[in-house]
Design a protein. Structure first.
Length: 589
């Protein structure tokens, strides 16, 4: 860590330095969002020195920048538990503290929330201030622009703090990013609401750029503004990863690092011979590009997490980072692939896809545009928790007519599905988790639409049929082996396609077996289990015993992957235990 000051630090700068050191030590141990939180320390500290939380309401846009806020609002003694099971959340969390007003796991929401909160108490002209702390990347998000469009001069106690570090996860993009980078001359000490700055179009009194790393001057600024009437927009320039040399120099790498050594800046090694699904996907895009020279890849600001940076480097004209604009990403993809025989892969996190439902339905599926959706982070997102679990998307995808839905159990099948999807000429969603898996180098085969696989075959007298979703196939095979140890045979069938189902293989298997156990890392009230039940009803099959092992209908926080699997009952041991109990009731054993 570099001490960039000369002489004696002011008390406020000393406090900021201590906050950063605490954040660095905890993230080095637990992992977490480091760069954004280090960059926001001075802004957060200075706001807390002038405004009185929670009376004055500080609303964060993506709560991964709020670590200093947690330390300053009565959680310092628990901060070591950050992102651990039953510990502090890595984002703002209203169940954790009255100082966290909203869950804030996704970008773009703070300003709309702030307008609503402000207007709910607008009658009190001398009442509390509402402060929205937004990042420059949120200006690529349509929701933020919609909120800006609704600011009026009546928002007199509204303060928008624009934390401009030129980054989202990766480098910023788009016209707003360029505009902010080109603002050079600081405005006067008193904000000018008649300025020609673009923010004056949105009724904001603009002031900036200001140094976002000088807490003493920031305190003076907040005090001055607090005596005036807004709405204000203060443009603060910050450095992502501020205070930690290697995080400043490689802000993308240190956006959300795994545990690391502070002294050397190296990540702690985890021995594994397997590769995560996203990395297999990112590398295989090169093979797809050879087969389809006109292949284009789109991402809404998740190039790093989705392992797309190498493709971006080699094929910049075929790569499109549209910023935090999920709806635009989907509709843009539709336009890109509509007329010129362009193949498009849209890489998007499962929970981010929630924001683009109308776009997907209206602009892609309704018009049968052959977009390939690569749905990353499908399943539990262990340490990010409830705002990031990708366990709801099947519920809305399955209702869209003509949309193909598939999930590979391993890396080989992932490559096979993407390879085959190039020829389907229909919209297709391919889901996969951020988990390690095996990846054969064997050449892929064509996967016909709706074709599943039998992974383990019981005898003609087997009464148990396992239907696992994607990577849960391994859990099903483990249960199959445990049953064999008891002399009980079972069949494991991987449907691969959730829509359409492989009726040709599935119907005979269902007829042969009495019990059907569905295993899925998805909300069980709306995933593969509900698809299978609808299928049975449609085929008028009423004589089967069906049980779905999935994620119960409640929100789940953060923890390790195994801790969450155990909590929701999706470990091999808990599944086998439940099967035993169910079978005991029918005198099976």
């Amino acid at each position: 860590m570099e001490d960039r000051t000369l002489g004696i630090l002011s008390p406020l700068k000393c406090e900021a330095k201590e906050l950063r050191e605490k954040i660095i030590h905890v993230v080095a141990k637990n992992g977490g969002h480091l760069g954004a939180s280090l960059g926001a320390v001075d802004l957060i500290l200075s706001l807390h020195k002038v405004f009185l939380s929670p009376y004055d309401q500080i609303i964060f846009d993506t709560g991964h920048q709020a670590y200093a806020h947690k330390l300053l609002t009565g959680r310092a003694d628990r901060f070591d538990t950050l992102r651990t099971y039953k510990g502090l959340c890595g984002f703002t969390d209203p169940t954790e503290s009255i100082h966290d007003l909203f869950f804030a796991g996704h970008a773009g929401t703070a300003l709309s929330l702030a307008l609503g909160v402000h207007d709910s108490r607008m009658e009190d002209r001398n009442g509390p201030w509402t402060i929205a702390l937004i990042g420059d990347a949120s200006l690529s998000c349509g929701l933020t622009l919609e909120a800006l469009n609704n600011i009026t001069q009546a928002h007199k106690r509204l303060l928008i703090v624009l934390n401009d570090n030129g980054m989202s996860i990766s480098k910023g993009c788009g016209n707003y990013h360029e505009f902010l980078q080109n603002i050079q001359d600081p405005s006067p000490d008193s904000p000018d609401d008649n300025s020609k700055n673009i923010f004056s179009l949105f009724r904001c009194k603009y002031l900036g750029p200001v140094d976002g790393h000088d807490p003493d001057k920031l305190v003076d600024l907040w005090k001055k503004l607090k005596e005036q009437e807004g709405p204000f927009l203060v443009h603060a320039k910050t450095i992502k990863g501020y205070g930690l040399d290697y995080a400043e120099n490689s802000p993308t790498v240190w956006h959300g690092p795994k545990p690391f050594c502070i002294e050397s800046g190296t990540f702690k090694k985890v021995s594994s011979t397997k590769t995560p699904f996203p990395k297999i996907f990112g590398k295989y895009l090169f093979t797809l590009k050879k087969k389809e020279p006109n292949l284009h890849v789109i991402t809404p600001a998740t190039a790093t997490g989705a392992c797309l940076e190498e493709f971006q480097e080699y094929f910049p004209s075929n790569f499109h980072d549209v910023g935090i604009a999920e709806g635009h990403a989907v509709t843009y993809a539709a336009g890109l692939s509509r007329f010129q025989n362009v193949k498009v892969v849209l890489s998007i996190y499962a929970t981010f896809l929630h924001r683009a439902l109308d776009n997907l339905f209206h602009d892609v599926v309704l018009q049968n545009i052959p977009l390939i959706l690569a749905i990353d982070r499908a399943g539990l997102s262990p340490q990010d928790g409830s705002t990031h679990h990708g366990i709801y998307d099947i519920s809305f995808l399955k209702s869209m007519p003509g949309l193909l839905i598939a999930q590979p159990r391993d890396g080989r099948l992932l490559k096979e599905l993407f390879d085959s999807a190039l020829t389907y000429n229909r919209p297709v969603a391919i889901r996969y988790p951020n988990l390690e898996t095996t990846a054969s180098e064997t050449l892929t085969c064509y996967r016909p639409i709706g074709k599943g696989e039998i992974l383990a075959r019981g005898s003609p007298f087997s009464r148990i049929l396992f239907l696992p979703l994607g990577h849960m196939a391994q859990t099903a095979l483990d249960c199959h082996k445990k049953l064999l140890e008891k002399g009980i045979q079972s069949t494991v069938f991987d449907p691969i396609f959730l829509k359409p189902l492989d009726e040709g293989q599935l119907l005979p298997l269902i007829e042969e077996h009495e019990w059907i156990f569905i295993l899925e890392e998805h909300a069980k009230n709306s995933g593969l289990g509900s698809i299978i039940l609808d299928f049975l009803m449609d085929k008028e099959i009423f004589n089967k015993k069906v049980y779905t092992f999935g994620i119960p209908d409640q929100f789940y926080a953060h923890g390790t992957y195994n801790q969450l699997l155990d909590e929701v009952g999706l470990t091999t041991e808990k599944i086998f235990e439940k099967i035993t109990l169910l079978m005991d009731k029918t005198t099976f054993f």
